[in-house]
Design a protein around this ligand. Structure first.
Ligand SMILES: [Zn+2]
Length: 278
């Protein structure tokens, strides 16, 4: 199992940062973008990145845009646009030999009745099937990530996509935590995570690990490991028993901290220690 560092395409020189991540001991990087970039990296950028990855013996995957992409939206026009936005990222991903492409399948609608949610799951599955086919043609692995709400937030929702050819999954531990907490009023225990890990099985390709914490009466996620209430040590031990290869330390909150990079490296140390303590 490799631990990964999160990078942001819109904010960082990802080739330079990948080399640094390798020196810090990370096994891979995840290049994410919040929204579709005005100007996507060029083929030359991708080639340069691939060479850097090779030279430093580190791998990379891509997290597709999510803030302006709504693959389960009730409007066919919105879904079509969303699919196009992700398709546009695929040549770049293929050129740097991305190990995975992570997508969110959301409606982009704040308040939903149960009928719209049901319809969202159905049309969302159609969007995923279209994207899985295109990704597969480029040799890329499409991974659907569990969201907090309301579509594709449960194991059942994700498993509903299991029959689509070429679809794998990304399990976000913080999203499970927040989703479970909202529904049950208490944190999910090891049994809840165990059910997810067993349920996704061999199709679990990537895991997002980060801490969660109460801030002003609200549960927030993406904190460095050890900062909150998620039992990351126990989860890492559970994950190590599965075939999942990529464990991303998605500690995005570090970006708001003055010693943010140091905190990311500390999270790596804690994750490695948890793995070694098995
Ligand atoms: Zn995530």
């Amino acid at each position: 199992m490799k631990f990964g560092k999160p990078l942001r395409l819109e904010k960082q020189d990802v080739a330079k940062e990948s080399a640094r991540a390798a020196e810090e001991g990370f096994g891979f990087v995840q290049l994410a973008m919040r929204k579709t970039l005005q100007k996507l990296p060029t083929h030359a950028d991708a080639t340069n990145l691939r060479k850097t990855l090779e030279d430093h013996d580190i791998e990379a995957g891509l997290h597709a845009p999510f803030a302006d992409v709504h693959l389960a939206n009730p409007s066919a026009a919105v879904r079509k646009k969303s699919i196009e936005k992700i398709r546009k990222c695929l040549p770049f991903a293929a050129a740097f030999e991305s190990k995975f492409i992570i997508i969110h399948v959301g409606t982009g609608v704040e308040k939903l009745d149960s009928e719209t949610i049901r319809a969202g799951l159905e049309v969302g599955a159609e969007s995923v099937a279209e994207l899985a086919e295109t990704a597969g043609e480029s040799g890329l692995l499409l991974c659907v990530e569990n969201k907090i709400r309301p579509t594709f937030s449960t194991l059942e929702d994700l498993l509903g996509l299991g029959s689509i050819r070429g679809v794998s999954f990304c399990l976000d531990t913080g999203h499970v935590f927040r989703s479970h907490f909202e529904g049950h009023g208490k944190p999910p225990g090891a049994a809840v995570y165990g059910a997810w890990l067993r349920g996704l099985g061999k199709k679990l390709a990537v895991c997002h690990i980060h801490d969660v914490k109460m801030v002003g009466g609200e549960l927030k996620d993406h904190f460095p490991l050890g900062d909150g209430i998620f039992d990351y040590k126990r989860f890492i031990r559970q994950l190590a028993e599965t075939p999942c290869e990529y464990a991303l330390l998605e500690v995005e909150k570090c970006r708001e901290m003055p010693d943010g990079n140091q905190r990311m490296v500390e999270s790596l140390g804690l994750a490695k220690a948890a793995l070694d303590a098995r």
